[in-house]
Design a binder for this molecule. Sequence first.
Ligand code: HEM
Length: 407
Amino acid sequence: MLNDQTIKIIKSTVPVLEKHGTDITKRFYQLLFTSHPELLNIFNHANQSQGKQQTALANAVYAAAQNIDKLETILPVVKQIAHKHRSLGIKAEHYPIVGQNLLAAIKDVLGDAATEEILQAWAEAYGVIANVFIGVEAEMYQQSERQKGGWTGFRGFRVKNKVKESDVITSFYLVPEDGGAIASFEPGQYVSVKMEIPGEANTYIRQYSLSDAPGKPHYRISVKREDAVLSKPEGKVSVYMHEHINQGDTLWLSAPAGEFILDQQDIRPIVFISGGVGLTPLVSMLETVADSQPERHVTFIHAAQNGDVHALRQQVEKVANRSRQVSVYWCYDKPTDRDREKKAYDIEGYIDLPWLQKIIPTKEASFYFCGPVQFMKTLYSSLKEWNVAAADIHYEFFGPSGSLEET
Ligand code: HEM
């Protein structure tokens, strides 16, 4: 336990950290990767170079520091991060390395303002926070180990099938190379894929949602090819997978993880809204809910630019055809002439609140959504405007988690 004086110092320095947060974490990563270059095999370089990860870590540290005397209140956030850490293979022994470099970064950025007393207080506070993470993650590792078909670390999976789903999305059907069972998962969860790319100094780890329902003899991931756009570089892993990973090749996967999952105790209507490749976890949920809760009213809305980039359409329509409770809507913002001819979509343009209110029978429903950040921000504020209860709004970020609240 921290003493009152230490807690006081931590709380009074939170505003200072907030002011210098990004500088501190930037410096922290410089120091971390210089002293431990092997960690470059774990961290996402693209998120680093776009500054996304810096913000994610800084925010988590502020939240923890702000609540240092009641850390149980941030347990839900800790659990979400711990899922990511567990799927990346972060271990207890990594924590002191991060702690030492974080402290050194605070010292470098704050200079004389970082007194011995302040540094000592932060060292203690970090130790307390780290122990909470280590404890939660240890439990998750044990669960993965104990679960039937479960495993820890990265396990080899053979690509049984590679299926082009649209111009930009391709599915990979994966079965374990050891021929053993595979762990079940909650619809909505993701796996980490660890990839060695010829000519690249470091390995890459990326997360992909499982896009098929649980209970099959395979896992399926559906990967969007992230080509370079303006200043945003191409996604090395997704492009490599599209171009070079084929049937018979091996992918290294960690066990399913994540907290964006379908609540199967809930019996109220459910609404799925996805944008682009954000439909992958929602298709898994849709398949599951249609089978396990056939009486539940389901609205599935998907936004894509047009039919050329619209993946998994047939699979979703098949579910809708076999269940009277499932309604499906397609929204294209740039339909092609072929889409127009085939009347392949329900609305042209973007999803807005008046339209949602027209097609969704009640706001007393559970809403699950996933897509580009701006798409999710707009949806989130629409649902808030409609007074949908916060507890009924569930969403997933692809990439580092953030907040959808307008700041
Ligand atoms: C991801 C916080 C310790 C490695 C994250 C995220 C947060 C976070 C907020 C983003 C989660 C998300 O996107 O859902 C923390 C805090 C720590 C801590 C508060 C200490 C108390 C560590 C340690 C390591 C580590 C010890 C290993 C050296 C990573 C990696 C990611 C991550 C590799 C994924 C980021 C990416 O690939 O861009 N962490 N973390 N973290 N963390 Fe930690």
